[in-house]
Design a protein around this ligand. Sequence first.
Ligand code: KIV
Length: 298
Amino acid sequence: MSTRPRTPSPGTPAPGKLPITELALMRERHQPIVMVTAYDAPSGRLADEAGVDLILVGDSAAMTVLGHDSTVPASMDEMIVLTRAVTRGARRPLVIADMPFGSFQVSDADAITNAIRFVKEAGADAVKLEGAGPSLSRAQAIVGAGVPVMGHIGLTPQSATALGGFRAQGRTADQARRLLDDARALEAAGCFAIVLEAVPAPVAAEITGRLSVPTIGIGAGAETDGQVLVWHDLLGLYDGPSPRFVKQYADLATSILDAVAAYADDVRERRFPEAVHTYAMSDEELAAFRGAVPARPR
Ligand code: KIV
């Protein structure tokens, strides 16, 4: 039987869970915050065992695990299933559920309802939502309902079409100024941290220095308070072009391909299974069984 602690009631910090207030202290200590995405129980468990601080169940799942070519199709029901799996695997890291496109755009009430679903049905510790502008009142409403919110500005993939594609943001003085205003507004709306995606490093550094909540960068240079990478990018599992900000730490796709091909070969050559992989039966019982059934037709 597992010795792992029982899953706590949704919304109740589990024993050993990183307190969300610790993130601000890490920022003060200049201790980098480590975030990674995960989409199932094994990746949640491995991320926890590797010592990451935050796990994002990103709507990048639409591309990494559901096979879509953008994040837009991810649905609430799909994100709930994935988040629930991650919270079963992860104990210490805070698990942040990404609010998919359509789950918060319509109204504050929708945003609250869906954020609460993540907490109650999936055991999420917090939610993330993309954008500023109309997202500000959503963030404020969700925080007001008692669910911590992480903001996300810069390249926000749910609105990539409106942004002119998957491209870096904040590369002109005006755009950089707007990003800073958005970051401040999200902070004022009550966000506990803000993701800065695909933003020039000096702009991210300026924003980070002007906020009191931590920034988590992805393609935003080394001076944000933390970093996030997508699981499949980090491990070499994503079968598509990687943005320039990705650092790949392993080539699991090749390892998996080699392993599955070796298995297929062993089955076809009758090298698997071997005796060690099968269950024995006493000669006596086998003889009794054979005696009790009609002879096999020839
Ligand atoms: O969905 C996701 O994985 C994200 C990260 C890239 C921050 O939003």
